[in-house]
Design a binder for this molecule. Structure first.
Ligand code: NAP
Length: 334
């Protein structure tokens, strides 16, 4: 099989370093370049001691046309110009930022506070929730890799959405994330002494930017009234747990619906009855663990879903999408 040539922009950040780590060990990929701005000229290992010894190069010094696939591990906004350049150079672009997740330019402007620089691309970009978008990913030029919280929530709800069971229910998602979810840029709320021994709700209710892509995809996957979403910062480095309350309880055979939907999925596990998904089930893996809890006497279903925010919530799903796009074994390198 032909080897895939890959490049990573923004390699010094948390998702960038994870993407480089996965690609450098991938059996079918040659990593052609990894870029940085101020740290160009150094090795990624100088910044992340566990990372492979990969030289960091300046964007100006690389040739985008030299790669088949370009991973963008940049802040939203910064990924737009890089996407255009990558597509013009003939690359498949996998954007880990939020720049190509929303399909409606007006929604992008409302949630991200600035107009999108390439609104024409928003209609074309495929939302890369791998398990539910394989056919479109196989033909995509541009993949908007899902956000970390949305991945945990959408994988947990998609089987019921697909079965048409959530159109009239209230969905409340209470999610908790480790501090790496906020990226590597220094800020006071992320200091050890602010995070340690604390648990901080933030953007409570309907204000976190991820609400936009969650609601877009709830609709696309089968329809729902919307979501109330409250994220929390917890004193761990990586991992997300989403506890999702569904009322009223959608009738009958819930476990069969989930087990059927995910029985042949390599990265999604529906836990047996009586078990509860925890961070430990999925941390440092590309897996999503789901547990189901029926509260019949209160007409409520609780779905608990966990992922590693940097893997299934970012770099792992991005590599999984590359595998699907290029016809590789979906599990390769993961
Ligand atoms: N962290 C997560 O769990 C997670 C999960 C899913 C998606 N994401 C998304 O993935 C993207 C990267 O996240 P992250 O957590 O890896 O962030 P990060 O740790 O802050 O890293 C972002 C990297 O982008 C580079 N960069 C910053 N501003 C830039 C600019 N204007 N132009 C070019 N490069 C710039 C920086 O590297 P240099 O300064 O070396 O150039 C920085 O290391 C974000 O859009 C984020 O929302 C993050």
């Amino acid at each position: 099989m032909t080897r895939i040539k890959a490049g990573v922009l923004g390699a010094t950040g948390y998702t960038g370093a994870e993407t480089v780590r996965l690609l450098a060990a991938h059996p079918d990929v040659d990593l052609a370049f990894a870029t940085a701005r101020t740290d160009a000229g150094r090795s990624l290992r100088d910044l992340h001691p566990g990372a492979p010894d990969v030289p960091l190069r300046r964007l100006e010094d690389i040739e985008l046309a030299a790669v088949d696939v370009l991973f963008l591990c940049l802040p939203h906004g910064a990924a737009q110009e890089a996407t255009r350049q990558g597509l013009e150079a003939g690359c498949v672009v996998i954007d880990l930022s939020a720049d190509h997740r929303l399909h409606d330019p007006a929604a992008y402007e409302r949630w991200y506070g600035a107009p999108h620089g390439s609104p024409d691309l928003l209609g074309e970009a495929v939302y890369g929730l791998t398990e539910w978008r394989r056919d479109r990913i196989r033909a995509a030029r541009l993949i908007g890799n899902p956000g970390c919280y949305p991945t945990s929530i959408l994988l947990a709800l998609a089987p019921l959405l697909g079965a048409g069971r959530l159109r009239d229910t209230t969905i409340i998602a209470d999610s908790k994330s480790g501090a790496s979810g906020a990226g590597r840029t220094a800020s006071v709320p992320l200091l050890f002494s602010e995070v340690n021994e604390n648990l901080r709700p933030y953007n409570v209710g309907h204000v976190h930017r991820h609400v936009a892509e969650i609601e877009q995809e709830l609709e696309a996957l089968g329809g729902a009234k919307g979501v109330v979403f409250s994220p929390h910062l917890v004193p761990i480095t990586r991992g997300i747990v989403s506890t999702i309350y569904i009322q009223p309880y959608p009738p009958s055979d819930i476990r069969t619906i989930y087990e059927t939907a995910y029985s042949s999925e390599p990265f999604v596990e529906v836990l047996p009855e009586g078990q509860t998904a925890t961070i430990a089930h999925t941390v440092r893996s590309n897996r999503c663990a789901i547990s189901l809890h029926e509260v019949a006497e209160r007409d409520t279903l609780i779905v608990v879903s966990t992922i590693d925010n940097l893997l299934k919530g970012a770099a792992g799903q991005a590599v999984q999408n590359m595998n699907v796009r290029f016809g590789l074994d979906e599990r390769a390198g993961l």
